[in-house]
Design a protein around this ligand. Structure first.
Ligand code: AMP
Length: 557
């Protein structure tokens, strides 16, 4: 094991891949990586049961990069992802891990972007193709041989692909690939439909599942907050304003994140330090000692660096990045509530990680309540409380020690004691905002309405009939427009088919699509008002279930 690559070195991956992994700052493989990488490297078929947040992308990307031949300029690996959003994410991950592999190129193939450049990139010899099924089928219609050299196939989030109605497209793609290829399937759940695919298209697959033993959690108050990944730092800063903590440990995934977050906290005046595997052992011990005796209040750590850390002063654990598995969550939050003290654990959850939250709740048998970011009023109250707490012990005898000085200053300056006290407060608070308006101005970064997720509402999964046909239209959310297609249940359409087609051909994020209502002879879809005309133009030639979608703005009046 080397310092740079930690547990990854044991995999015997191509050194250029290891170097790229080291550059990302990962300290050691996650559980799913530990199990999957050797299987995929050995060329075997595999079913991996894992959700977003477990490190599943690297679990297949690293061994696949290891297996491809950079000298061959032809598609060798195909990764299928349910949405454009995920396809781009996976393609970026491949690019990161292949940074030190000259000659390796990655192409992302998804709807809503012109087909020509995508096909050109494939023909120019991109070895890795990351695609959504719908768009890939369009390419296959133009050139059925385009995938004939692919010998590794990964289905990422297979259950999501089926939910979005891509079953038929998958079958077309399976047929276009060599029968001798390796196939790896990742899915958060394994319903019968997924098992059936595995049975038909995988050869003697190995099963990988993260074992989730039931865990007991001691009396620690737990909560979670939904937040977008790029808002984590501001969310942490807001939470710190209102949490009444003594010492606090924050967990992140990478070394770089420990450094970034610790310096953001220091910049706000917190006594904070980073703790990661790159920091020499004696320096680490110094950090822990400082946390013990109060020279530090916050430590931002990776799991590896926090091993064995036992500081009774810790009242709070912030899981700023999601742990890889429930065991590690339980382990992390066990850092607080030591020595019979009360502990509080907060978990930041990005929309895509909500399934992981459910797994944690199931395994621990406890509900992790949702909290919202404190609003300006709560921040104001907390700041005033802190000030009150710091001043009230002084009031009893300050008059006897500083009363005469007060008289003299008011006389010299020629002001009232109230004016002087106000001036002293301004100094004592270092100009910190202590009015609602000022706090609102200071903190526009994180809106208080936490993201509700990146999944569209899909209340209309079943064809609506009878009295539901006659029901009054549901009021539209602000910024949304209702659109209509003449395709409905009688055309064999379900909401998931519409969703899949619009997501991929329209190039939208999932949360951009609102309610989808499928009626017998037509369907209604809620889309963003902003850019609607362009979107409809993009969807002009989109077909669903073999028929033209022809989506138009729908006016109720
Ligand atoms: P995924 O489950 O593939 O969506 O990955 C979730 C996040 O974990 C991504 O931001 C990855 O960059 C990160 N990640 C994956 N593997 C590791 C690792 N071994 N150590 C630290 N972070 C990782």
């Amino acid at each position: 094991m080397t310092q740079e690559t930690g547990g990854f070195a044991a995999f015997n991956l191509n050194p250029n891949i290891l170097a790229a992994v080291a550059a990302t700052g990962y300290e050691e493989p996650s559980a799913i990586q530990q199990q999957s990488i050797p299987i995929i490297m050995a060329g075997k078929d595999m079913i991996g049961q894992a959700q977003t947040g477990t490190g599943k992308t690297a679990a297949f990307a690293l061994p696949i990069l290891h297996c491809i031949d950079p000298a061959k300029r032809e598609p060798q690996a195909l990764i299928l992802a349910p949405t454009r959003e995920l396809a781009l994410q996976v393609a970026t991950a491949f690019e990161t891990y292949a940074k030190q592999m000259p000659g390796v190129t990655v192409v992302a193939v998804y709807g809503g972007a012109p087909m020509g450049p995508q096909l050109k990139a494939i023909r120019n010899g991109a070895q890795i193709v990351v695609a959504t099924p719908g768009r890939l089928c369009d390419h296959l219609r133009r050139d059925e041989k385009v995938l004939s050299t692919v010998n590794h196939l990964v289905l990422d989030e297979a259950d999501e692909m089926l939910k979005l109605g891509f079953m038929d497209d998958l079958e077309v793609i399976f047929k276009a690939l060599p029968a001798t290829r390796q196939t790896v399937l990742f899915s958060a759940t394994l319903p019968q439909s997924i098992r059936a695919i595995a049975e038909r298209h995988l050869r003697d697959p190995e099963h990988v599942k993260i074992q989730t033993k039931t865990q007991t959690v001691t009396a620690i108050e737990q909560a979670h907050l939904l937040v977008h990944a790029d808002q984590k730092t501001s969310a942490v800063l807001s939470l710190l304003e209102v949490e009444d903590f003594d010492a606090l440990i924050m967990f992140v995934r990478t070394k770089q994140a420990t450094l970034d977050l610790a310096s953001a906290l220091e910049a706000k005046g917190y006594k904070a330090a980073a703790l990661n595997g790159d920091i020499a052992q004696n320096q680490r011990e110094r950090v822990i000692d400082s946390l013990k005796d109060g020279r530090l209040d916050i430590v931002v750590a990776t799991d590896v660096a926090a091993r064995g850390l036992d500081v009774p002063r810790i009242t709070h654990v912030f899981n700023v990045d999601m742990p890889y598995d429930p065991e590690s969550y339980v382990h992390r939050i066990g850092r607080t509530g030591r020595a019979g003290r009360e502990g509080r654990a907060l978990l930041l959850v990005t929309p895509r990680e909500r399934r992981m939250l459910q797994v944690i709740e199931r395994v621990t048998g406890q509900k992790v309540a949702e909290v919202r970011l404190p609003d300006a009023q709560a921040v104001l109250d907390a700041r005033i409380k802190k000030l009150t707490n710091s001043l009230s012990p002084l009031v009893a005898d300050a008059e006897s020690t500083h009363g005469d000085l007060l008289d003299r200053l008011t006389a010299d300056i020629g002001c009232t004691p109230r004016a002087l006290a106000a001036a002293l407060l301004r100094k004592a608070t270092n100009g910190q905002a202590l009015t609602l308006a000022a706090i609102e101005k200071e903190r526009p970064l994180v809106p208080n309405n936490a993201p509700r997720g990146d999944r569209p509402e899909r209340t209309g999964d079943r064809p609506d009939r009878g009295d539901r046909e006659r029901r009054a239209p549901v009021p539209l959310a602000e910024g949304r427009a209702r659109c209509r297609t003449a395709l409905g249940a009688r055309d064999g359409i379900a909401a998931k088919n519409l969703l899949g087609a619009i997501l991929n051909e329209g190039g939208l994020a999932r949360e951009a699509i609102g309610r989808i209502q499928v009626r017998d002879s037509f369907s209604l879809v809620e889309l963003p008002e902003d850019g609607l005309e362009k979107l409809l133009a993009k969807l002009k030639d989109t077909r669903v279930a073999g028929k033209q979608l022809k989506l138009r703005r729908y006016r109720e009046d």
